[in-house]
Design a protein. Structure first.
Lengths: 273, 282
């Protein structure tokens, strides 16, 4: 598992920032160019469908199975969103308590950092057993645990990585601890938290889909991909993967947009300096 | 602008009315049992600072001048000795918000506009919004940055940021302004301009200032008295009264007396004087 995202955060955000309509043209050309090359090469080399389906075949499968794919996407998206919300809220709350109370920090933080290095996805069959094989909740919980650790650790870091001079300043004003949290620590932590949340969107998507590979109802993205692959209907698997990718990218952009909304100064500052 | 009363005109040691009194202040870091080797930072400091004075603390790196400033501001508790500010213990003075602090870095918050940065101390003491906004605007006018109120700190130059920090430090009308090498990070040209600016602000507000600096010309230009400190353990080796005309201008830096005083401070800094008792070699 990846996980602990590095602090000043906005490089990634800026990578996908599209400022003018003209900025869209180069990546669009690159994308459709690559797809065209893929189509041509697959035809010329006569690649078998079950090795690498051609883009047009994938598109056809996509169209033919749209209702089913949309249903599966909605089902899995529910798990991912549930996991994101549960994991992020818990991570921020526990992270806040950990930063606030030195004793909690001393006893909890080493375990959090260790847990962050554990391949949590390996617990998927166990979670299925605990929370129900065909329930959305078991997948949401796997996603939540994956999300929890990076969010918690980055929350702690952001709350603690405050300029010592800022703390001296607040002390010289005899500011109470609550005020220091509100005016210094929390705003300071926001970029750290959002960095973690961006990683979290990817982790939650991976977590939910992989957990579905092990066991889930037919109408879920993970089971759809696994089943179609078992029948060698790879163009359908690819069609489903397009939806999975759309979820991942969409959630990522959602977090970027949310960050701009919550801490507009950070993006603006990084764009100028 | 509420306090037009000029500070006491003379530079000499203050008579009766002292804002700050340090007596027998010593500071030892580490030592008794705790980890790290024992470092004696300050030894037996006595100093009285009169209302409206501008005192510079100058000395070699590591002589404890910043430590002394922090002791006055109750950010550090001394190992021995007493500090009174307005006849109160330093801690009481801090809780009463008698201090304004300016650090080497401006320490402005990017998530606040310039205006909101200046309002911060007023928010802490619970000033209602209208009063906060008016006072912050007044302070920004004082440092001549009223036009930049809506900007973010990173949009300003280093010198402007430091002026915002000064505006913030003055927002509570502090009894004493503590400045820790506030212009140390600025280039020479900006620094000289900031010195003029600070002098103007000081003359207008009548605030008592303690100013830590490495720069002899800066200390002489701004101060009513320059306090020269020895290498560690820091002691006061000399107090040089600055008897230049009260109002300091660009011409001040060209006066013969100014050069004499600069030389006097430089020689005081160079004087061997140190009894090589301990600490010095490490």
């Amino acid at each position: 598992m990846t996980a602990i995202a590095e602090p000043p955060a906005h490089r990634g955000a800026r990578l996908v920032a599209i400022h003018r309509a003209g900025d869209i043209i180069p990546p669009a050309v690159a994308f459709f160019g690559a797809v065209a090359v893929w189509e041509v090469v697959a035809r010329v080399l006569g690649l078998k469908q079950f090795i690498l389906p051609r883009p047009l075949a994938i598109f056809a499968a996509w169209q033919a199975n749209l209702p089913e794919l949309l249903g599966a996407t909605t089902y899995t998206l529910g798990e991912i969103l549930g996991g994101l919300v549960i994991g992020a809220v818990a991570g921020i709350l526990v992270g806040g308590a950990t930063a606030r109370f030195a004793r909690v920090r001393a006893s909890l933080l080493p375990f959090a950092i260790a847990a962050n290095a554990v391949p949590i996805i390996a617990f998927a069959p166990i979670f299925n057993n605990w929370f129900g094989v065909d329930s959305q909740f078991s997948k949401a919980m796997i996603a939540a645990v994956l999300v929890f650790f990076p969010v918690m650790i980055n929350t702690v870091r952001g709350l603690l990585a405050v300029d010592p001079a800022a703390l001296e300043l607040m002390r010289s004003y005899a500011a109470p601890e609550v005020r220091v949290f509100r005016s210094v620590r929390i705003p300071n932590a926001l970029p750290f938290v959002f960095t973690a949340l961006r990683v979290a969107t990817t982790l939650a998507t991976i977590g939910a889909i992989v957990a579905e590979y092990f066991a889930a109802p037919r109408g879920s993205l993970g089971q759809y991909i696994a089943t179609q692959s078992a029948f060698l209907a790879f163009e359908r698997s690819w069609a489903a993967i397009i939806f999975a990718a759309a979820i991942g990218i969409g959630l990522y952009l959602l977090v970027v947009a949310l960050e701009r909304l919550v801490s507009p100064w950070a993006g603006a500052r990084d764009a100028t300096t | 602008m509420t306090v037009p009363a000029p500070p006491s005109p003379r530079a000499g040691p203050p008579a009766g009315e002292a804002v700050v009194r340090l007596s027998g202040v010593s500071m030892v870091f580490g030592g008794d049992g705790s980890a790290g080797k024992r470092v004696e930072a300050l030894r037996d400091i006595d100093l009285a600072i009169g209302r409206g004075e501008f005192i510079s603390l100058i000395g070699p790196s590591g002589c404890g001048k910043s430590t002394l400033l922090r002791i006055v501001g109750d950010l550090i508790v001394p190992s021995a000795g007493t500090v009174t500010v307005n006849d109160k213990p330093a801690r009481r003075a801090r809780l009463d918000r008698d201090y304004g602090m300016v650090f080497q870095a401006p320490v402005l918050f990017d998530w606040r506009t310039v205006q909101k940065n200046v309002e911060l101390p007023l928010e802490i003491i619970g000033t209602p919004r209208a009063g906060r906004e008016a006072k912050a605007r007044e302070m920004l006018e004082l440092v001549e940055l009223a036009d930049f109120a809506a900007q973010r700190p990173w949009q300003l130059s280093g010198g402007m940021q430091q002026r915002v920090a000064i505006a913030r430090a003055l927002a509570l009308d502090p009894a004493i302004l503590l400045m820790d090498e506030p212009f140390g990070a600025l280039d020479e040209m900006t620094r000289e301009r900031m010195n003029l600016e600070l002098h103007r602000i000081w003359a207008r507000t009548g605030t008592t200032v303690i100013f830590v600096t490495h720069s002899i010309p800066e200390a002489v230009f701004l101060s009513t008295r320059v306090v020269v400190m020895s290498p560690r353990p820091g002691r006061i080796t000399k107090v040089v009264p600055i008897d230049l005309p009260r109002e300091r201008t660009v011409e001040t830096r060209e006066m013969a007396r100014y050069f004499q005083l600069v030389t006097e401070v430089r020689e005081a800094l160079r004087a061997p004087e140190g009894d090589p008792a301990d600490g010095a070699s490490s």
